[in-house]
Write a protein that binds this ligand. Structure first.
Ligand SMILES: Nc1ncnc2c1ncn2[C@@H]1O[C@H](COP(=O)(O)OP(=O)(O)OP(=O)(O)O)[C@@H](O)[C@H]1O
Ligand SMILES: [Mg+2]
Length: 383
């Protein structure tokens, strides 16, 4: 056992030599900080062995151990050091390979997490990259869908505008050149011109609304309104169109459910749903508009007797310019803007809109946050 004084001397001597070597090691590490990990790990291994060797040499010089013991200790350290160096280089290479696997995965067309076992930090990086790529792919798909629907919109709108414009021009020229003179035809032409102009004005108005929604310039002027009043207004507005088609409209809403909404905009969204429902329900069919509370939200649903929307079309009906097969026949439908506008308006109100096939047709449902703290009374009032 060493006396305390000698022990302190040994500690001081070995610490001084180890610190000196450690300092040099740190300086070398700084120099090779941009080199591969294997090189840096080799420097750490060499620095460790050198610190031990320096300590042993210093202690020998202070004559705490004999030169024979020193040689034995140095041999042991040299052998252990070589093994340590080998392990460090091996670990460094493994890290380099893991890193290379990650780089290859990133460079590939689409990222798939490397199958080999990665060190924890690289595995976390790999998971984060995977999540980022998934988000990127979803954004890319959305962008592509939006771009293609925009292209379709331009094509269809220009077609939808050109066709009635050609008709209007032909009728105006016939009237101007007095090609048609009999009172009945002149009257019919005038009527036709008015209908076409109304339709074009409506389409331009829809396009303007859609551009306000997409550019984010749609400003809502919210006011408090009862869900039952909103439903009553929509039912009343739909009456003439429904009567002309021979379709019954039935409205029902829970009383006392307050909403904070832009009544003009939300009314427009609901009108679009009801107009579609009337258009797609055969005469003698019926439409049901229901307002109720559910899960702390207000729900408005419009159910019709359209015979169901094809399953392939269901996820696309809210896309800009999407029109079902029948609606693409000239004169049979609109421009495919109504539901895109409805969705834009509902989302601007922090709500959600959805569609599902039920019963004899389909049901569109709008979910909106309730705008007040009055508890719903729950009773339904028929309109
Ligand atoms: N109630 C419904 N029943 C059956 N199909 C529907 C119904 N509502 C919408 N659709 C389908 O969804 C498509 C898109 O509807 P949307 O209201 O956006 O356009 P549109 O009615 O064709 O034209 P616009 O509303 O611009 O006059 C319609 O063409 C139709 O195929
Ligand atoms: Mg429509």
């Amino acid at each position: 056992m060493l006396p305390l004084e000698a022990l302190l001397d040994v500690i001081a001597t070995s610490a001084a030599s180890a610190l000196a070597v450690g300092g040099i090691g740190l300086a070398v590490l700084r120099l090779v900080r941009a080199r591969p990990v294997a090189v840096q790990m080799a420097v750490v291994a060499v620095a460790t062995v050198s610190a031990i060797v320096a300590g042993i040499v210093a202690i020998t010089l202070r004559m705490f151990i004999s030169s024979h013991d020193r040689d034995v200790a140095l041999t042991v350290v040299a052998v252990a050091g070589l093994v340590g160096l080998g392990v460090a280089i091996l670990l460094g290479r493994r890290l380099a390979h893991a890193n290379q696997a990650l780089v290859t995965a990133v460079r590939a067309e689409s990222f798939t997490m490397p199958e080999r076992v990665l060190p924890a930090e690289l595995a976390e990086l790999s998971r984060e990259l995977d999540a980022a790529y998934t988000r990127l792919e979803a954004a890319h798909a959305r962008e592509k869908a939006l771009e293609s629907s925009r292209r379709e919109l331009v094509a269809w709108v220009s077609h939808d505008l050109r066709t009635p414009l050609a008709g209007l021009r032909a009728m105006a020229e016939a009237l101007e050149d007095e090609v048609v003179v009999d009172a009945e035809t002149v009257h019919r032409y005038h009527g036709r011109i008015r209908v076409e102009v109304d339709r074009l004005a409506e389409m331009v108005d829809d396009l303007f609304e859609l551009s306000r929604i997409h550019s984010g310039t749609l400003r809502l002027s919210r006011q408090r309104v009862g869900l039952d009043d909103l439903v009553a207004e929509v039912v009343a507005g739909a009456e003439p169109l429904a009567r002309a088609k021979g379709v019954r409209v039935h409205g029902e809403a829970a009383r006392g459910l307050p909403l904070e909404v832009d009544t003009a905009e939300l009314g427009r969204a609901l009108r679009n749903l009801v107009t579609n429902a009337i258009r797609h329900t055969p005469s003698d069919g019926s439409i049901e508009i229901i307002g109720e509370a559910g899960d702390g939200k207000a729900l408005v649903s419009v159910a019709d007797g359209c015979g169901g929307i094809p399953a392939d079309d269901l996820p696309r009906v809210f896309d800009v310019a999407f029109r079902g097969e029948s609606a693409r026949t000239p004169g049979a439908g609109g421009a495919g803007l109504g539901l895109a506008i409805a969705r834009g308006i509902v989302e601007a109100h922090s709500g959600e809109i959805a569609v599902a096939n039920t019963g004899p047709g389909c049901r569109f449902t709008i979910e909106l946050p309730l705008g007040g703290d009055q508890p719903p009374r729950g009773s339904l009032s028929a309109r």
